[in-house]
Design a protein around this ligand. Structure first.
Ligand code: AGP
Length: 601
């Protein structure tokens, strides 16, 4: 989603801005822009509805000696106003001196725009963010300092967002945020603001995360104002540069799919022992609970479904998933443990859900890949899922990390609550420890078998995904991957629901992917679709189209299931979605309309 960068550097501002915007490309965007202060106190503004590379090309025609090291930049993911150059950030005030980049939504934008227009301000875009430039302009006209002007402006705007303002006249840059990520860092080469630490690259050794009410100015040293008396903690920045490269892979998704078996082994090494002896849960210092509600969106919600099932199955603990954007409808008691599941930790729907009256009395445990996120700061405790950087917009390895980390938390908590004894936790962990091998085996089979299957689906308008029991959530995840990458419709159903309606969709050649974790009932459902001429792709044991399931099959495993169900089934479905998307000419790392970090509701 929208990305913000800003710099006050001794180096070239355009180079820094373009490089750091490139580092934020993975978040997803549809237009991009920069504004750089000129030596004469004006600004050069370049915007494009194409990629960051287009700005780099535009810069080649500019005399860079006319430019200073002061500038701001933005990648936009459209909300208010269509995708066009005039709607791309930075936006300016009427004087052309105030430049603004903004990530978020201004809920009272119409009202503010009407007031500003009747006061004589001229707008040159359709976007809500432009009101900020004009509000700051008014504040400056009344004699306010730039930092105060931004503070007062934020007070007048309803909603959440991160804002950076550059006054090209003075060359000052200030930033502030409300319920949206914004980080700042200082180095011997200058100071920088960004919505995501990836933008900093190797340039800084530490950073600070702005809190609601902070206002910071890029200066040496950084100048903190705003309503808070203290500064945010300084966090060490570990540059993940080598991790971000493609290392010979054609795209990040391919690399991230491949990383899953090794990642699973690393996670189990890290949390395995502390899950079985309960110390993982004890270290969180959370009170006892008698219900669980897992709040999330998209893939994280699917991962939450598997973790909820582990609470129910192993501890007979009532556990449900709650779609974050619908959380206002959830009825929760104060003894409900809320687990907020989020890769980015910045998902606006989740942050808003946690603000709801119905969740306010509950303790919140965040399971996130970003320990510096807004969610991590809001939660009462956090467990990192430690998947490393995931660049592909479609979640792959973070899903596996969330499932394994979440199931480890479940086992640990249930043990501490006396709902699962030590022998049982040990045996669950033994089952979990098979998972890295099962994932590796599934990966090998998927890479071999799936590409020709994908090629056969090139003309299929859509695909049905089926599962039963623990397989249903995996069918949901398979369908989500397919639609986000291929732009074809894909729906999932519990296989038993077929005959209650969806079976009407099945005709000669309809592709149906079945997560076949075994048992006679799903065999019956497979027969039902086969009898109607479906193009069946089963993911199961020997004899399946994709024989990728090992110990997750119902028959060979005690108690019927692996602790996290047929987790290895997700790999062939990731590979299927990626292969078909490539066959259709899609950009698998940056699917259209989607963003990695969904910071608007
Ligand atoms: C999955 O491939 C998508 N990227 C999306 O569904 C994602 O899982 C969802 O937006 C939640 O994001 P989060 O984990 O960062 O909260």
């Amino acid at each position: 989603m929208c990305g913000i960068v800003a710099c006050r550097t001794t180096d070239s501002a355009p180079d820094y801005l373009c490089e750091s915007l490139e580092a934020l490309e993975y978040r997803g965007y549809d237009s991009v822009g920069i504004a750089v202060q000129t030596v004469g106190g004006g600004a050069l503004r370049l915007r494009s509805t194409r990629r960051v590379a287009d700005l780099v090309e535009q810069m080649a025609a500019v005399a860079t000696r006319e430019l200073t090291g002061v500038g701001i930049g933005h990648t936009r993911w459209a909300t208010h106003g269509g995708v066009s150059e005039r709607n791309a950030h930075p936006h300016t005030d009427c004087t052309g001196s105030v430049h603004v980049v903004h990530n978020g939504i201004i809920e009272n934008c119409d009202e503010l725009r009407a007031t500003l227009t009747s006061a004589g301000h001229l707008f040159s875009s359709d976007v809500d963010s432009e009101v900020i430039a004009h509000l700051v302009e008014d504040e400056l006209a009344f004699g306010a300092d730039l930092a105060d002007a931004l503070s007062h402006t934020i007070d007048r705007c309803e909603g959440s967002g991160a804002i950076v303002v550059m006054d090209s006249h003075s060359g000052r840059i200030v930033g502030a945020s409300r319920h949206a990520p914004l980080v700042v860092a200082a180095s011997p080469n200058g100071s920088f603001l960004a919505s995501d630490i990836s933008a900093f690259g190797p340039r800084v050794a530490s950073f600070q995360v702005l809190r609601d009410g902070d206002v910071v100015e890029l200066a040496a040293p950084l100048r903190w104002t705003g309503i808070r008396p203290d500064q945010p903690d300084v966090v060490t920045h570990e540059w993940a540069g080598t991790e971000l490269g493609l290392h010979g892979y054609p795209d990040h998704m391919a690399k991230e799919i491949d990383e899953q078996p090794e990642l699973a082994a690393r996670i189990l090494d890290r949390v395995g022992a502390s899950a079985t002896n309960g110390s993982l849960w004890r270290s969180l210092d959370l009170p006892d609970f008698d219900r669980v509600a897992i709040v999330g969106c998209g893939t994280s919600l699917n991962a939450g479904g598997i973790v909820a099932a582990a609470f129910r199955r192993f501890g007979r603990m009532p556990a449900e998933t709650v779609i974050a954007s619908e959380a206002a409808e959830a009825v929760l008691s104060p003894r409900t443990l809320v687990i907020a599941m989020s890769q980015s930790g910045e998902t606006a729907d989740i942050l808003r859900a946690l603000d709801g009256d119905n969740l306010a009395l509950c303790q919140v445990l965040a399971i996130t890949n970003n320990p510096h996120s807004s969610l991590a700061r809001r939660a009462n405790a956090i467990v990192e899922c430690s998947a490393g950087h995931e660049i592909g917009v479609a979640a792959t390895k973070t899903f596996v990390a969330q499932v394994l980390t979440g199931v480890a938390v479940a086992i640990s908590a249930l043990h501490e609550l006396g709902r699962v004894d030590r022998a049982n936790t040990e045996s669950i962990l033994d089952d979990l420890r098979r998972m890295p091998d099962l994932l590796a085996q599934s990966l090998t089979i998927a890479k071999d078998v799936v590409p020709p299957l994908a090629a056969q689906l090139i003309d299929a308008p859509g695909v049905i995904f089926l599962g039963r029991g623990a397989g249903v959530v995996y069918a949901a995840e398979g369908a989500l991957k397919l639609k986000e990458l291929t732009y074809r419709w894909a729906e999932h159903y519990p296989a038993g629901e077929l005959k209650h309606g969806p079976l009407a969709l099945v005709e000669e050649g309809t592709p149906v992917v079945v997560v076949d974790s075994g048992g006679s009932r799903i065999a019956g459902n497979i027969a039902e679709v086969a009898a109607r001429g479906a193009r069946l792709i089963t993911i199961g044991g020997a004899g399946s189209t994709i024989p990728a399931l090992g110990h997750s099959l119902i028959a060979p495993v005690d108690n019927g299931f692996q602790p996290c169900g047929p987790l290895e089934s997700v790999i062939p479905m990731q590979v299927l979605a990626r292969e078909l998307a490539l066959d259709l000419g899609r950009d698998v790392d940056k699917p259209r309309n989607l963003a990695k970090s969904v910071t608007v509701e």
